[in-house]
Design a protein around this ligand. Structure first.
Ligand code: SF4
Length: 472
């Protein structure tokens, strides 16, 4: 039997790392050295992709069925709750599927691509600069942890450093590659000029004031700014939905809690990564269309199980705006969307619309289309200081966004904090928040004294920053 080999893109973040996936009984990863984003390298998440692609099964109320039957049932439930249905896609699927999804969603589309931010910042927020420009920068300022959140950017940063770039980090932990480490509360000490390039994170749970703050810092100094984003097609999701009315995740949470949204249809996105289990439990129908099994497919009333991303036909757009073709031929996801829409979608027509939306005539991963980066107006930010004496900071990373368990199940805290709590080597630290408590292993790291950093979800979080109490 010959193996099936797919040339594909890692769905772990919007960096756009290329790789081969080989079906050989089990799934295997092969490196694709020609890939322009990553030259074959993969991070820990990319190397763990076979674990992510556990096949999903189509289900209705816990009973296994065919994809067609599940899609028909979803169509029935969506039509029965007309007026109280929300459509969620965070951008983890092809641009062609996203265009079809929008046609179904009409005015009830919720994505991670919008927030309460000025509209003239959208292009800057959503389309990053080419990685070659990062390598050529003279002064790079990081408002994220590249090792944890977007690991393949580290190679570009080291290359810039080799060429003489100074790297400043505004973060809760000292970063080994930074020449200057500034804590977020001391951001006023940061000296920026028009030679500076700010690199920040923009995700559906981003604190709006923090995002405004970095935009304002860049604007006031005449510095450049680029945002990295967490989903394989985050940039495509923005470009495909440009000009279409959308709602933010916090609005969706409010709408479910108020009861104005009773049915949620999520396309290739894990609602548990952005909405609490308690809120999701208030829905009458949770409809999940996905290519792999996850904690949320086990809770859904309807699961429409299509092919995994690597088997799909379609286009992703990475953080630089590069259009990248997936090497599969699968269109079962699109066909299921056609059943829900009541009319078949034509892949080629959607593909043409995708090309038109980004102004290209052919998909070529080696050429970055020209995008406008219009100036945005003056911005006022009112960043709230952390008022708790101790706080748990969640550092969102590919494992957290995709709900894939991570082996790094520990918190990082400073030596001074470990000594103050009299924590013993190899023991655990008790973390309490609002009546809930967890016990976690810890690791000593150069972290701000009143902060615990985690790349995991413990179920006690209240957003990115959670006030906590600690004990041994
Ligand atoms: S998670 Fe992001 S950085 Fe890591 S291999 Fe995948 S695309 Fe690349």
């Amino acid at each position: 039997m010959t193996d099936n080999v797919y040339s594909t893109i890692c769905p772990g973040c919007n960096f756009g790392c290329g790789l081969y996936i080989r079906e050989n009984g089990a799934l295997e990863i092969d490196f694709r050295k020609s890939s322009p984003a990553n030259a074959g390298k993969l991070c820990r998440f990319g190397m763990n992709l076979p674990k992510l692609f556990a096949p999903a099964r189509s289900m209705v109320d816990g009973k296994e069925t065919t994809i067609e039957e599940a899609a028909k049932e979803a169509a029935k439930r969506i039509s029965a709750s007309k007026g109280s249905v929300a459509f969620l896609s965070l951008g983890n699927t092809t641009s062609e599927e996203l265009l079809a999804f929008q046609k179904i969603a009409e005015s009830s589309l919720y994505t991670g691509a919008v927030a309460a931010l000025p509209e003239d910042t959208y292009q800057t927020l959503n389309i990053g600069i080419p990685y070659s420009e990062i390598e050529a920068a003279k002064h790079i300022v990081l408002f994220l942890d590249p090792y944890e959140q977007y690991p393949l950017i580290v190679r570009r940063l080291l290359s810039a450093k080799k060429k003489g770039a100074k790297i400043s980090a505004v973060w809760w932990k000292d970063l080994p590659l930074a020449d200057e480490n500034i804590r977020p509360a001391d951001v006023s000490k940061l000296a920026l000029s028009k030679d500076s390039l700010i690199i920040a994170d923009y995700n559906p749970l981003s604190d709006t004031e923090q995002v405004k703050n970095v935009l304002a810092l860049a604007k006031n100094a005449g510095a450049r700014i680029t945002f990295l984003k967490p989903f394989a097609n985050s940039t495509g999701a923005y470009l495909m939905a440009k000009g279409i009315k959308q709602k933010s995740i916090s609005q969706l949470v409010d709408d479910i809690n108020k009861g104005t949204v009773k049915t949620l249809f999520s396309l290739e996105s894990d609602p548990l990564s952005v909405i609490s289990q308690e809120t999701l439990g208030k829905l009458t129908n949770l409809i999940i269309q996905a290519g792999q099994e996850s904690a949320v497919t086990k809770k859904a009333s309807v699961v429409i199980a299509h092919e995994p991303l690597y088997k799909k036909k379609g286009t992703l757009i990475n953080n630089e705006g590069r259009a990248q073709a997936l090497g599969g031929a699968g269109t079962s996801g699109l066909e299921a969307l056609g059943i829900i829409a009541g009319a078949k979608f034509d892949f080629l027509a959607l593909h043409e619309s995708m090309k038109k939306a980004i102004g290209i005539t052919a998909v070529d991963e080696f050429t970055i289309p020209k995008y406008e980066r219009p100036a945005y107006g003056a911005i006022q930010a009112s960043v709230k200081p952390i008022d708790a004496t101790t706080a748990l900071v969640s550092v969102y990373n590919p494992f957290m966004w995709s709900g894939l368990p991570d082996d790094n199940d520990f918190v990082e805290l400073s030596l001074k904090s470990v000594q103050a709590l009299k924590l013993l080597k190899g023991a655990t630290v008790k973390i309490r928040s609002n009546g809930s408590a967890v016990e976690k292993k810890f690791r000593v790291a150069p972290v701000q004294d009143n902060i615990l950093l985690t790349g995991n979800r413990f179920g006690i979080e209240k957003g990115i920053i959670t006030p906590v109490e600690l004990s041994r």
